[in-house]
Design a protein around this ligand. Sequence first.
Ligand SMILES: *[C@@H]1O[C@H](CO)[C@@H](O)[C@H](O)[C@H]1NC(C)=O
Ligand SMILES: *[C@@H]1O[C@H](CO)[C@@H](O)[C@H](O)[C@H]1NC(C)=O
Length: 216
Amino acid sequence: MESDRIILFGLLALSLSVALATDQSSLQDFCVADQNSRVLVNGLACKDPKLAEANDFFFSGLHLAGNTSNAVGSRVTPVTVSQMPGLNTLGISMVRIDYAPWGINPPHTHPRASEILTVLDGSLEVGFVTSSPENHHITKVLQKGDVFVFPIGLIHYQKNAGSTNASAIAALTSQNPGVVTIANAVFGSVPDIASDVLVKAFQVDNNVVTYLQSNF
Ligand SMILES: *[C@@H]1O[C@H](CO)[C@@H](O)[C@H](O)[C@H]1NC(C)=O
Ligand SMILES: *[C@@H]1O[C@H](CO)[C@@H](O)[C@H](O)[C@H]1NC(C)=O
């Protein structure tokens, strides 16, 4: 029947989109990254599983606050496959984020991951912007213990909404989420994006573009 076929195609489309939303699923128990391998694969080559040891699946240090003495007043401490070789092929990673009073984690996206964040200390104003409907800003103030999710690919940010330090832990759906910080990518790329492109894109005059480029 026609309606059955529509449901079938709908389910197929749904399962495909779910499968593509995060890293590919593994075909083995684990694949501890062999950081020295010269084999180029999607991810990192595996070391011999018989040589896997506890430290491959271990990281220590997320109890320590990151140094927030910088222009934005925040610090991300990552635990991705670069810090923990056992994450290779598992489609998951974690970060700790520290915020000075009124510090921000500036607008950025993760090309390969959704992010679920929980506030450990303090209060955060968070938000992301949707693509459909276009440019809808979804924002909320979070308190200690609150959890918020930033969908894959969307521009998002956090701001410490208080006069004390704040911290958060977040999990991401990729061993290597990647980060594109909007201001740095647009005004700080090497080589520069031509200023006439930025003048038209941001509808500002050339002095403003030159000024912004000098800051990144
Ligand atoms: C934090 O970073 C600032 C700026 O880079 C540096 O001057 C300072 O020594 C760092 N503090 C610690 C405790 O590492
Ligand atoms: C806030 O964090 C900074 C940097 O880690 C630290 O020096 C300072 O003592 C913290 N303040 C409080 C009230 O914990």
